[in-house]
Design a protein around this ligand. Structure first.
Ligand SMILES: [Zn+2]
Length: 336
């Protein structure tokens, strides 16, 4: 069980702690899910070590193969499928029969199953754990069902809620939990860990692209983003070439454009870029058109989850980027 070092340190600190409900919060990409699962493993382990679950006992093994009778995982079905968790039988059947698509929210049905789970006796005698991730994906009905169980927990059940947007949770849920804010890895730790997962060049560039959040960087790499594509993005956009964004979800495309814009704004103010190397950015740009572009991107972010037409939106974003970046080259060309 090779946990990233910054996660291992948090397991060590949190596993012996008090409380029946823990809320893990912080921005994406720092390892909320990894930490939540590692804590569940530590709590259910038959031979817990100082650093968490032993990784070898029947309980740790059952978690590794996703069949632990005392661990209930509450996630949107899309996340369960992506992370290799089996769905409840009925849900799997409905999806197999194409009666509906996998849910992007945590379903109320799943919550009801979890409430039942909380009332059952522990199968292995070491208590039970309910892991909810991302906790903000519960709608109000599901959240209220969880709240009742949180308020009157059966004796031996513990909760781990992990969230990248804890401010969206019901205050009544937050107040029932001990809150832990995810620790950031040091730059060296993050790079060392990511370099063990990716080619070294990719690790460095993508870690920077992800603003230092290693799990985001890894997820992007697994989705096919390479260091080269990232480095070429700003200049491609200046040419009006949006091919580099074509495979991305609209929200991710807007995020990437904001990073280009952010770094150019930083350069124009005499600062350092954060997400790209300075050599990968087009020549310096005056701040005014960049600031206007920035405001438009912030607006776009608000509607991006449900674009009327994703293809058109992508085209509009790229064409807008070209204008913003091109205004710079016109200004540059006018310089003596
Ligand atoms: Zn174990």
């Amino acid at each position: 069980m090779n946990l990233p070092p910054w996660i291992a340190a948090q397991v060590k600190a949190l596993a012996p702690g008090p409380g029946h409900a823990l809320l893990l919060q912080g921005p994406s990409g720092l390892g909320q899910y990894t930490l939540g699962l590692a804590l569940a493993r530590a709590w259910l382990c038959e031979a817990p070590q100082a650093h968490g679950g032993c990784g070898e006992c029947p309980s740790c093994h059952a978690i590794a193969v996703r069949t632990h009778a005392d661990l209930c995982v509450l996630m949107p079905e899309t996340a369960m499928m992506a992370l290799g968790w089996p769905l409840f039988e009925k849900a799997q059947q409905e999806i197999d029969d194409k009666k509906r698509k996998p849910s992007k929210e945590i379903r109320v049905d799943a919550l009801r199953d979890a409430v039942e789970f909380a009332q059952r006796t522990s199968a292995r005698g070491r208590g039970k754990v309910i892991l909810v991730y991302p906790a903000e994906r519960m709608n109000a009905i599901a959240a209220n069902a969880l709240l009742k169980t949180l308020e009157e927990p059966a004796g031996d059940v513990r909760f781990i809620l992990a969230s990248e947007a804890a401010h969206q949770l019901l205050p009544t849920i937050r107040s029932r939990c001990l809150t832990h804010t995810l620790a950031w890895p040091s730059a060296d730790e993050a790079l060392a860990w990511l370099s063990s997962e990716l080619p070294a060049d990719d690790a460095q560039v993508l870690l920077r692209a992800a603003g230092g959040r290693p799990e985001d960087a890894l997820r992007w790499a697994q989705a096919g983003l390479t260091a080269r594509q990232w480095r070429e993005l700003p200049r491609a956009l200046a040419r009006g070439d949006g091919a580099g964004l074509a495979d991305w979800a609209p929200a991710q495309a807007v995020d990437a454009l904001q990073k280009v814009c952010h770094d150019l704004l930083a350069l124009s103010a005499g600062g350092e870029p954060r997400f790209f190397a300075a050599t990968d950015l087009p020549s310096p740009v005056p701040a005014a058109p960049l600031a206007a572009w920035w405001r438009e991107l912030a607006d776009a972010l608000r509607t991006v989850e449900h674009p009327y037409n994703p293809g058109l939106m992508q085209e509009a974003l790229v064409s807008r980027a070209r204008i913003a970046l091109h205004s710079s080259s016109l200004v540059t060309a006018r310089r003596p």
